[in-house]
Design a protein around this ligand. Structure first.
Ligand code: ADP
Ligand code: MG
Length: 365
């Protein structure tokens, strides 16, 4: 039996910019996904998860022609198919999945599952870290059918204890970003997930492409400057224009946040969080009532520098910059106020940057 762990992530800033070749600034977190792998005699993959009661078994010779089943097993099976496409041979295996990262909450349980599954299926065979991240992204795009960027898989693979990362999604390289002493990253889970989520995500990807078509010669929204956007504004329909505006300004905010973090300027970091949230709410239209309530509430509490929704939106989590020492009072107050308003108990998670995916155990069997 061998076991592999891959972390989830919290994106600090740079939302919905990764699939436009832009900049993002996530941390990998301690919560993640563990896959325990054991060899089986039969030439098949046996998949089970502590979080889901239904299991799935697929023969290795069925994999290449397999169709997605809209089932959680699509993630590890998509990964298996991409490994086959690289020319790697797979053996009969049972994969037992267990995650501490909540699913569907914007903390990227899906990338954690993909990356941990890939390590399990590789079974010790080497694969470049960047190739591992790209392979898992392809699994999600090609088999699960989610046109995602590289951020989640990259953060899960390259996470580093003690630092956030400024990731250039075009170059697919990152710079370590140590965070100022004295601040905690606190995640608040709204415990809601509105149905719109995945269809709205695809729609946003399409709207960004539509906006881009107004900039001949540009490869991605990442290449559009604010001046160019302003000059073209009158000829772009309102919705794609707003999506493009979010992207151009969000990329700028990521760089500003990077500089503010280097300068230890918590007030500025917090202000950028708030501006990012407003842009996601008003220009990108991916927030929801519960997330807006959590952000507005957080900003009234002592020791809070900033708050914003994180992840794809339509529910999921907010991320908050909170003074060290104020976390407990913050959590208590957030829970009380959210419960009073929505009759839901929001999970409050204090996180620190954690290491990327790795093997965790080697034992006989
Ligand atoms: P997020 O990545 O933000 O958590 P997604 O919708 O991208 O949300 O991915 C969530 C999906 O990933 C789940 O619906 C499930 O299909 C799959 N998944 C994540 N974690 C697990 C797990 N522990 N066991 C089985 N499937 C999982
Ligand atoms: Mg996901």
């Amino acid at each position: 039996m061998k076991a592999y762990h891959a972390p989830g992530r919290v994106n600090l800033i740079g939302e919905h910019t990764d699939y436009n070749d832009g900049f993002v600034l996530p941390i990998a977190i301690e919560l993640g996904c563990t896959v325990r792998a054991s060899a089986v005699k039969a030439p098949e993959l046996r998949l089970s998860s502590r979080q889901y009661s239904d299991t799935r078994t697929v023969r290795l010779d069925e994999l290449a022609a397999l169709k997605p089943a809209r089932h959680w097993s699509d993630y590890p099976l998509g990964v298996a198919r991409e490994l086959l496409a690289l020319g790697l041979k797979l053996k009969g295996m049972a994969l037992e999945i267990d995650a501490t990262v909540p699913t569907g909450s914007g903390l990227s349980s899906s990338a954690a599952l993909e990356v941990a599954s890939a390590l399990a299926l590789l079974d010790g065979r080497p694969l470049d870290k960047i190739e591992l991240a790209r392979l898992c992204q392809r699994a999600e795009r090609n088999f699960v059918g989610m046109p995602c960027g590289i951020m989640d898989q990259y953060a899960s693979v390259f996470g580093e204890a003690g630092a956030a990362m400024l990731l250039d999604c075009r170059a697919q390289t990152h710079e370590r970003v140590p965070l100022p002493e004295g601040v905690s990253i606190v995640v608040v889970n709204s415990m809601v997930k509105h149905e719109l989520g995945s269809s709205a995500y695809r729609e946003r990807v399409a709207q960004c492409q539509e906006a881009l078509s107004h900039f001949p010669g540009k490869q991605a929204l990442r290449d559009v400057t604010l001046g160019e956007l302003e000059r073209a504004a009158s000829s772009i329909p309102e919705i794609p224009l707003a999506r493009a505006r979010h992207n151009v300004l969000e990329n700028w905010r990521v760089r500003q946040f990077h500089a503010a973090a280097a300068a230890g300027d918590l007030a500025r970091m917090g202000q950028l969080f708030v501006e990012s949230h407003r842009s996601l709410r008003d220009d990108y239209e991916v927030s929801c009532e519960e997330l807006d309530f959590l952000v507005a509430t957080a900003l009234t509490l002592p020791g809070v520098h900033g708050a914003r929704m994180t992840g794809g939106g339509f529910g999921g989590c907010t991320v908050n910059l909170v003074d060290r020492g104020s976390e407990e009072a913050f959590a208590k107050e957030m829970r009380a106020r959210y419960q009073a308003r929505y009759q839901l108990d929001p999970a409050v998670i204090v996180t620190t940057p954690a290491a990327g995916a790795h093997a965790i155990r080697k034992a006989a069997g």
